[in-house]
Design a binder for this molecule. Structure first.
Ligand code: SF4
Length: 426
């Protein structure tokens, strides 16, 4: 009987990508992937440490796995890099694997079951294999790791290390291999992709090379930092293979707070970028991260963030309550904000985000979109359109992973409002 592997992935898209690649390694070797709630021979927890909440969730997941009977427990990810000494003294963890060595988990576990001991010394942070097609409709490709920016609130540069960029040819080969595997949407990921630079090939050059790869497929750039956005990058979005969606991290709409956060752009610069993008592509979907309750955030400065969000008209706001991370500059700031107030502000932004999301999606009624089908049942289909908004429609004899042209005719209310559409014949 095949051995069962359960993975729990916390945090960002990078962790998800790395877990998918790891799951694919296990599948290819005949292991079975099961849900984290089921009994398994191997539990892998890919942790996150970006906030106190992420630490708590990582800990809970580790504790749950440690209670299992005789299972192999692998703990990896950013929480390992930030709390290694604590974790090293705990029982029930078979392997504690730092981010740098994450790509060796499959070999270590497989060798363990064969009674061998491997030394985990491969430190290539890009040595991840092609994702199995059964796991996702979109293939995520890692192009970069680490960050040199040291924003005052962020622990990531301390746990992921300095920025490193993956060689151009490795990226192109990986994309070609995923396309040959049948994927039709490629998503790029990294910790701070805007600072990609490998042997003089910068982010814009890289995208230019990627877009030259032939075939019926599309490219999604997940998340970028505003400071590196210039006309050249904005121009890239006019390419037919580029999808009109970008997660552009704002973090605060207050110039004062942005400075204290050591972000290297102003809100004025941010809104000018959005203006330029939407001059070219009017319905362009901008989503963002926003931190509430950063030290020194008065009611007035919080209101500046609210006004900024309304002005931009975000398609979604991912809100974080500021979390004091030991070792960062902002942890030493004396004007910390009360937790109750952070909760209140977080709720205000959540409600605003729902409203803005609904308004944005409603504005897409009447547009024509190319939907990549993710689910089908009894001639009812759903998938994501160009703008990264979910669309439902009826049709005949269509298949998962087909592109279909759909006219958007309505919207269905709910926590994640779906667009409703009709297939455009011919
Ligand atoms: S750009 Fe700033 S927020 Fe983003 S990972 Fe780097 S230090 Fe953290």
């Amino acid at each position: 009987m095949s051995k069962k592997v359960a993975l729990n992935t916390l945090g960002c898209k990078m962790n998800q990508y790395e877990s998918d690649s790891l799951a694919s390694d296990f599948i290819n070797a005949g292991y079975e992937i099961v849900s984290f709630d089921e009994e398994a021979d191997v539990y892998v927890i890919n942790t996150c440490t970006v906030t106190n909440k992420s630490d708590r969730k990582s800990r809970n997941s580790i504790n749950k796995a440690r209670k299992s009977n005789n299972s192999v427990v692998v703990v990896t990810g950013c929480y390992v890099d930030s709390a290694k000494h604590k974790l090293e003294n705990e029982t029930g963890i078979t392997f504690l694997i730092e981010n740098q060595k994450k790509n060796q988990i499959f070999q270590l576990v497989d060798a363990y079951f064969n009674g061998e001991i491997l030394h985990d010394n491969n430190q290539d942070v890009f040595d991840f294999h092609t994702t199995d097609k059964g796991l996702r409709t979109r293939a995520t490709i890692k192009i970069q790791d680490g960050c040199d920016s040291f924003c005052s609130y962020c622990i990531i540069p301390y746990v992921r290390g300095a920025g490193v960029s993956r060689p151009l040819n490795d990226i192109l080969d990986s994309i070609r291999s995923h396309l040959e595997n049948g994927f039709k949407e490629i998503v790029l990921t990294g910790i701070n992709m805007s600072c990609y630079n490998h042997n003089g090939v910068d982010f814009k050059d890289l995208i230019g090379h990627i877009l030259n790869i032939d075939g019926d497929w599309r490219l999604r750039i997940s998340s970028l930092e505003p400071d590196m956005m210039d006309e050249n990058i904005v121009d890239l979005f006019s390419h037919p293979r580029m999808t009109p969606h970008l997660h552009l991290c704002l973090q605060s709409g207050s110039e004062t707070i942005l400075k204290d956060m050591k972000r290297t752009y102003s809100f004025t610069q941010y809104s000018n970028i959005v203006k330029k993008i939407r001059e070219r592509i009017p319905h362009f979907n901008i989503t963002t991260d926003l931190i509430v309750g950063f030290p020194g955030e008065t009611e007035e400065l919080f209101q500046e963030s609210i006004d900024a969000c309304k002005q931009i008209g975000f398609g979604h706001i991912h809100t974080f309550k500021y979390s004091k991370r030991e070792g960062t500059q902002a942890a030493k700031f004396t004007n910390q904000i009360d937790e109750k107030l952070k909760n209140q502000r977080s709720e205000v932004v959540r409600i605003l985000s729902e409203q803005l999301k609904f308004d944005y999606r409603k504005s897409l009624i009447g547009t024509k979109q190319r939907v990549l089908i993710e689910k089908s049942s009894n001639n009812k289909y759903s998938g994501f359109g160009d703008y990264y908004v979910p669309v439902k429609f009826n049709g005949l004899n269509l298949n998962k992973n087909d592109f279909v042209d759909v006219l958007i005719t309505g919207i269905e209310k709910g926590e994640d409002p779906f667009l409703i559409g009709e297939v455009i014949e011919g």
